[in-house]
Design a protein around this ligand. Structure first.
Ligand code: ADP
Ligand code: MG
Length: 318
């Protein structure tokens, strides 16, 4: 049977052009760009909680890195290095080969070097730490939203949550729609280009991992402001659009997790700059509301009337 070191050598040792020293020693050596701040984040995927043991390992390799890249996108940072800590029930070579294919395909697209990690036996658990850089003092924080800012969202909302509803049998989708939604759940696209270009344009940003209402709520709380959001402006994924009057579909848009789109605020005069950035990043963006002095999040219907908000985002301990 392959040793731990054979597994690391075969599946997780690749040239690490961004590092002074990568996998193989007691620690990696990195040389950050002078004048940049290091931006660091970890995200763990736990079998049975974030994914199913039988999920496609190549998609898991993609997602384990993608959710971390998404956090860096939300900070306006450029990713450069990652570490990978794995707990595996058994050394399954085919599983590891597929997992590392998914992981490295995404890492190469975003010029991220895997520089270390840990491999141990245990219940299946995948933890990535991502390191990147932002110009000193310019990273996007949750606390930067100001009264009068417009609130923007990238991409489309709700499809990943709808995939989970479909998988758990609470809703039935036709095969084409189910496939589209599953793609969004298993292969989220981190908005790195958009986030890094918004660095000098937006006031605050967050990535949508737990649902729009919850995540925008974090921005509002950190910034000490409130917001009005127009339901009719929310960019629901096309699969959801025809059924938005159904509570389950509405909840996917408002409180569904796993979209990994960016939500950000910026002053109204930046609108043209934001559209130009979105175009060059190749990601649609849309304005969904504005930041207010009045605290709390008010959801408005197309007549400007307040809609009751009962949906909450995902919380592991609630
Ligand atoms: P140590 O015992 O000194 O902590 P390990 O034996 O755990 O080192 O790891 C040996 C080398 O392999 C280290 O450079 C470590 O960062 C790297 N490594 C271990 N597991 C992984 C992994 N899953 N992905 C990438 N690198 C890994
Ligand atoms: Mg050591």
């Amino acid at each position: 049977m392959a040793s731990e070191f054979d597994l690391i050598a075969r599946h997780f040792t690749r040239p690490a052009p961004n590092a002074v020293l990568g996998v193989g020693d007691d620690a990696a050596l990195l040389a950050p760009t002078p004048g940049a701040e290091l931006v660091v984040s970890s995200d763990m995927l736990v079998a049975g909680r974030h994914f199913f043991v039988e999920d496609d390992p190549q998609a898991l390799g993609h997602k384990a890195l993608a959710v971390n890249l998404s956090d860096l996108a939300a900070m306006g940072a450029v990713p450069r290095w990652a570490t990978l800590a794995l707990a595996l029930p058994e050394p399954d070579e085919a599983w590891l080969a597929a997992f590392s294919r998914g992981f490295f395909a995404l890492a190469e697209r975003f010029n991220v070097s895997l520089v270390g990690g840990d491999t141990t036996r245990g219940p299946l658990n995948l933890c990535v730490t991502i390191l990147g850089e932002a110009p000193a003092g310019r990273a996007l924080r949750r606390g930067g939203a100001r009264v009068g800012d417009e609130i923007w969202v990238s991409g489309e909302l709700g499809a990943a949550a709808l995939a989970l509803q479909h998988l758990s049998g609470r809703v039935s989708l036709d095969p084409v729609d189910a496939g589209l939604c599953r793609g969004r759940l298993h292969r989220p696209e981190p908005r790195i280009g958009l986030g890094s270009m918004l660095c000098c344009v937006a006031h605050a940003a967050i990535d949508l991992s737990d649902g729009l209402l919850a995540d925008l709520g974090h921005v509002l709380a950190a910034s000490g402001v409130g917001a009005e959001v127009e339901f009719g402006r929310l960019p629901a994924h096309p699969v959801l659009v025809p059924r938005l009057d159904e509570p389950l579909f509405r909840t996917c848009v408002l409180a569904g997790g796993d979209d990994y789109e960016l939500c950000f605020t910026a002053p109204p005069e930046r609108e043209r700059a934001i559209h130009a950035i979105a175009q060059s990043a190749g990601v649609p963006v849309c304005r969904i509301g504005r930041v207010t002095v009045a605290p709390g999040l008010r959801l408005l219907d197309s007549d400007g009337r307040e809609m009751p908000v009962t949906e909450r985002g995902f919380d592991h301990f609630a």
